[in-house]
Design a binder for this molecule. Structure first.
Ligand code: 3PG
Ligand code: MG
Length: 399
């Protein structure tokens, strides 16, 4: 694998050169106020951006935010991100009102050495996510015109075959940024020869989203601990009634099959917190996993499960965790996620937290990020990496 990285580019000298950086600044925004609720992904790209700024490059940053449908949509504007990025960099970020239009062109042309511009949301353009190669290519041409070199630091988006991720690097000299390099280094340790025991904790709502990674991990891991909304489909497969809990009926048979084939590696909850409703103030109790009342739904794993998971984790030398154990956004149902996260921080294992919700949970629960080996910025991307899939954004850098 021959991927050039930021140091190679810096070694060639970038002073006065325009460098196009694909970042993943897809941060969660408060629905009411529009404020950024977790800036982890912005902070994660700072090492790359600062290095380019210090080296005197004209830095043109592009990103997606949310899933707008190929046309401008103010609720998905990157403007608030430009503000926060400027604060963190300690220098103003010039914001372009469009992605490849007049505003973008004049913003890029106006950059002095060591200055940073952020283009408006890539997904305001149909070409970014198009399945049609020519349509993506035409958009990639416009983007590529803004840079003399391309840096991919958008680890969270490397699993997307999108113009800015896949087609632009075919048009410009390209390197991996510091974040992409680190993510790939860490995840390749997990797919290589992880120190054992290797324990994986999976949560999140749907089995169907995690099926491929469960299949890929089962032969490799020593233990697979399952919590979150998807545990109820497994509990059902064990023959338990799950009340009104989240259930993927069509996956029950698949889960039964996985349990049979797992050789006892899969650990499921033995107790859950069952509530009257999906609400922060809903009446709730801890019940055994085989005793969920028919009118109640499970919103978290119970304390006995946390203790069992913690015991398994305490033996581990390598840990990968993806997906919350319960509805951690509601205080009453955050104990499972907190308990598992704390158990991970107490081990001396090399621990990796996979992206999206679990990374946000670590920060939302006020846990010390530095007590984890690595917190990935990619949810889907890190799972697809562990599945052994070819990631379009990484493949594009290899060529
Ligand atoms: C993410 O949040 O998972 C990444 O930013 C990719 O976003 P997407 O799933 O909308 O492509
Ligand atoms: Mg995603």
């Amino acid at each position: 694998m021959s991927i050039r990285n930021l140091d190679d580019l810096l070694g060639e000298g970038v002073s006065g050169r325009r460098v196009l950086v694909r970042a993943d600044l897809n941060v969660p925004l408060d629905k009411q106020t529009g404020e950024i609720t977790d800036d982890g992904r912005i902070r994660a790209v700072l090492p790359t951006l600062s290095a380019l700024v210090q080296a005197g490059a004209k830095v043109v940053v592009c990103s997606h935010l949310g899933r707008p449908k190929g046309a401008p949509d103010p609720q998905f504007s990157l403007r608030p991100v430009a503000g926060r990025l400027g604060e963190l960099l300690g220098a103003p970020v010039h914001f372009a009102e469009d992605t490849v239009g007049d505003s973008a062109r004049s913003t890029v042309e106006g950059l002095a050495d060591g200055q940073v511009a952020l283009l408006e949301n890539l997904r305001f353009n149909k070409g970014e996510t198009s399945k049609d190669d020519a349509e993506r290519g035409a958009f990639a041409d416009q983007l590529a015109a803004f840079g003399e070199a391309y840096v991919d630091d958008a680890f969270g988006a490397v699993h997307r075959k999108h113009a800015s991720v896949y087609d632009v690097p075919a048009r410009l000299p390209h390197v991996a940024g510091r974040l992409v390099l680190r993510e790939v280094e860490v995840l390749s340790k997990l797919t290589g020869a992880p120190e054992r025991p290797y324990v994986v904790v999976l949560g999140g709502s749907k089995v169907s989203d995690k099926l491929a990674v469960i299949e890929a991990l089962l032969p490799t891991v020593d233990r697979l601990l399952i919590g979150g909304g998807m545990c109820f489909t497994f509990l059902k497969a064990q023959g338990h009634e799950v009340g009104t809990s989240l259930l993927e009926e069509e996956m029950v048979e698949t889960c039964r099959n996985l349990l049979e084939r797992s050789g006892g590696k899969i650990m499921l909850p033995v107790d859950v917190v069952a509530a009257d409703a999906f609400a922060p103030d809903a009446a709730h109790d801890t019940v055994p996993a085989d005793g969920i009342p028919s009118h109640r739904l499970g919103l978290d794993i119970g304390p006995e499960t946390v203790a069992g998971f913690a015991a398994a984790l305490s033996q581990a030398k390598t840990i990968f965790w993806n997906g919350p154990m319960g509805v951690f956004e509601m205080a009453a149902f955050a104990n499972g996620t907190r308990g598992v996260a704390e158990a991970i921080t107490k081990t001396d294992a090399f621990s990796v937290v996979g992206g999206g919700d679990s990374a946000a949970a670590v920060r939302a629960l006020g846990l010390d990020e530095s007590s984890f080996g690595h917190i990935s910025t990619g949810g889907g991307a890190s799972l697809e990496y562990l599945e052994g899939k070819t990631l379009p954004g990484i493949a594009a850098l290899e060529n």
